[in-house]
Write a protein that binds this ligand. Structure first.
Ligand SMILES: O=P(O)(O)OC[C@H]1O[C@@H](O)[C@H](O)[C@@H](O)[C@@H]1O
Length: 306
């Protein structure tokens, strides 16, 4: 179990701990020398926690979250694949978040350019025969979850078509940022973009404001968003920077009061503590011919702001 890690400096191997949750599912904790940590579950390949050097949690997780498979945990970063939302005939957000992933000891070489990346885990999802009946495509979904020495969290997905016919998929890293209060948050980088509004039958609108603030339910897919998006939490004096590659869209979601009350695994007032901003490929599903592989990268950084 200790051969997943470390590249670069072998003398400063990052601590990695594998434990089991109360349902017997493996939980991996990555830690860096500065004390940042990330927790990933094999259930859904879902990041459940990301903490800074002071041990402060950066991701929201509902007090009512149900961690019993197959339901995905309400919070952290569930992965929506191969479908986003109800845009297809599969279950909401696809099945990947409900599956038990495996560890992968020796994944195909993955190049990334930051030599300071020092703790990571490689996970793999492959379809079972039963899965093939629901979505009849042969694929390998490799996920690397990586904590850099600076405390950034990286998620690198590689999806390969190992079958004999083309397929297409959508994907989103459904990131629940933990915020002081939704009224104190603004999102920058989406201004002037077109978005598909899930609250208006997925109709297309154009963002008018200079910056995005929140006063009611929001459920949008921003199309062709920039590679960098900022989530500013004025009260906490914290800024999340989202960097993405291969993920042209950005989903923004907050259920607000009425919908939060209807969500059984979310507290009535908890909508105030989170904003979902997801690096995603939704508007134009990604097509993979036999033998082709797609890579998508998400990098999250949390910085103190003035
Ligand atoms: O409750 P779920 O399946 O995790 O989905 C939460 C929300 O996820 C968002 O991304 C969707 O746009 C919303 O429509 C949906 O309600």
């Amino acid at each position: 179990m200790n051969s997943f890690w470390s590249e670069g400096d072998h003398d400063t191997k990052a601590p990695v701990k594998i434990t089991k949750d109360k349902n017997g599912v493996d939980l991996v904790t990555l830690q860096n020398q500065r004390g940042f940590s990330v927790q990933v579950s094999l259930h859904g390949g879902q990041v459940l926690s990301w903490k800074n050097e002071r041990g402060e949690e950066l991701l929201f997780r509902s007090s009512k979250a149900n961690s019993k498979p197959p339901a995905a945990v309400r919070g952290g970063i569930p992965i929506c694949f191969p479908q986003f939302g109800n845009r297809g005939c599969l279950e909401q957000h696809g099945f990947a978040r409900n599956k038990i992933w495996e560890f992968e000891n020796n994944p195909p070489l993955l190049h990334h350019n930051n030599r300071n990346d020092n703790a990571f885990i490689d996970l793999l999802l492959k379809p079972t025969e039963e899965d093939m009946r629901i979505w009849p495509h042969s694929y390998e979904f490799r996920l690397r979850v990586l904590l850099t020495s600076d405390g950034a969290l990286k998620l690198i997905s590689r999806i390969r078509n190992i079958g004999s016919k083309e397929f297409s998929f959508s994907i989103a890293y459904h990131t629940y940022f933990l915020v002081s209060d939704i009224g104190e948050v603004r999102v920058e980088g989406l201004e002037t973009l077109d978005y598909l509004d899930n609250l208006h039958h997925k109709q297309r609108f154009t963002e008018q404001g200079d910056t995005l603030t929140f006063e009611s339910e929001v459920d949008r897919v921003y199309i062709g968003s920039p590679h960098i998006i900022g989530v500013f939490d004025h009260e906490k004096r914290r800024t999340f920077i989202i960097r993405k590659e291969g993920l042209p869209d950005a989903v923004v979601w907050n259920p607000w009061e009425k919908k939060a009350k209807a969500i059984t695994d979310m507290g009535d007032e908890e909508y105030r503590q989170t904003i979902c901003v997801d690096g995603a490929a939704v508007e134009k599903p990604i097509k993979l011919k036999p033998g082709e592989e797609w890579t998508g990268r998400l990098e999250l950084t949390a910085l103190p702001s003035i």
